[in-house]
Write a protein that binds this ligand. Structure first.
Ligand code: HEM
Length: 322
């Protein structure tokens, strides 16, 4: 057994005697020091690659954050989102919520290559994504947090699981809340995580319904957005999710929501005379609460049932299984 496996000492424990008929599965613990001996420079390698990438194209910070979210929500944080389709796997990349939409795959490849040069067959793509997402946020001015490591990479991916687990931008608050609840994430976690939309862009096809058909939207804002997003055609033309500071990880997204300038229908649902309104107000008034809650919720999201221990594999190329 490798040193790093031995370190995460708990493998699957099936508690049958003490727990009666209930079978409890205890997974190997993730740990910030998981690669301390096997790949001591890991975080430096990722940080430096992300620093260069974000300096050239700030939107890549946002793209890595979204990749991590879309990874974790579909069968856990196991890099399944990174697998290319094969004749036997209809993967997640080309599922409708992701196709023509997720970006950053080339950057992941480049980071993985640099990690492999120093630490061959040691670090999972899932862990690289977890660190890159954290660094993307932090490099754009957002908080930082300690990333626990030791995730393993999936042996398969599922287009249909991506369809059923990723919330669409047309969803209402109760659907959104139940999707997050099914991942162990509370209303508070969901509202603060939606603050990720303080950076990055969306395609016209994602917000057309909101700017043409919804009423809970500032009229001036809707008109401005309609200029770049006609009723028909131009599906892929982009608009910033936070119209004021889309490459700055600040609380501008929440300020927009209060002014009814959320770009997506789902964004504005967080502030629409409902149970999340007070949280939106909190994050407008207290940027430190936003930063602190966001970091804590990202850690929680990163813990969604992942492969650990001797499950899955350490992929050599993030796009395909070994
Ligand atoms: C609350 C439910 C959510 C919905 C319905 C949703 C939906 C979307 C949609 C439709 C887009 C634009 C995609 C496109 O038009 O191509 C987008 C972009 C984005 N989302 Fe979300 N999202 C949600 C939550 C999250 C969470 C929890 C995170 C991260 C923690 C996140 C991070 C991002 C980022 C950073 C972008 C911009 C990506 C880029 O510019 O490359 N989203 N989201």
């Amino acid at each position: 057994m490798g040193a790093h496996l031995a370190k995460s000492f708990i493998f699957t424990v099936v508690c049958m005697v003490a727990c009666g008929s209930v079978v409890v599965l205890v997974r190997a613990q993730l740990s910030p020091s998981f690669y301390a001996e096997s790949c001591p420079n890991l975080e430096l390698i990722v940080r430096s690659a992300m620093t260069q990438a974000v300096a050239k194209d700030a939107t890549l910070g946002a793209s890595m954050l979204r990749l991590f979210f879309h990874d974790c929500f579909v069968n856990g944080c196991d890099a399944s989102v990174l697998l290319d389709d094969t004749p036997s796997i209809a993967g997640e990349k080309n599922a409708p919520p992701n196709r023509n939409s997720l970006r950053g795959f080339v950057l992941v490849d480049s980071i993985k290559l640099q990690v492999e040069l120093q630490c061959r067959a040691t670090v999972s793509c899932a862990d690289i994504l977890a660190i890159a997402a954290r660094d993307g946020v932090n490099l754009l001015g957002g908080p930082s947090w300690v990333v626990a490591l030791g995730r393993r990479d999936a042996l398969t991916a599922s287009s249909s699981a991506a369809m059923s687990n990723l919330p669409p931008p047309t969803a209402g608050l109760s659907t959104l809340a139940s999707t997050f609840a099914s991942k162990g994430l509370s209303m508070r976690d969901m509202t603060v995580l939606s603050g990720a939309h303080t950076v990055g862009n969306a395609r016209c096809s994602s917000f057309r319904g909101h700017i043409y058909n919804d009423t809970n939207i500032d009229a001036g804002f809707a008109n401005r957005r309609r200029l770049g997003c006609q009723r028909v055609g131009g599906d892929d033309s982009l608009a910033p999710l936070d119209a004021t500071t889309s490459t700055r990880f600040d609380n501008g997204y929440f300020q927009n929501l209060i002014g009814r300038r959320g770009l997506l229908h789902s964004d504005q649902e967080m502030f629409n005379d409902g149970p999340a309104d007070w949280l939106v107000r909190l994050y407008v008034n207290d940027p430190v609460a936003f930063a602190t809650d966001f970091a804590a919720a990202m850690v929680k999201m990163g813990n969604i049932t992942q492969l650990t221990g001797d499950m899955g594999e350490i992929r050599l190329n993030c796009r395909r299984i070994n």
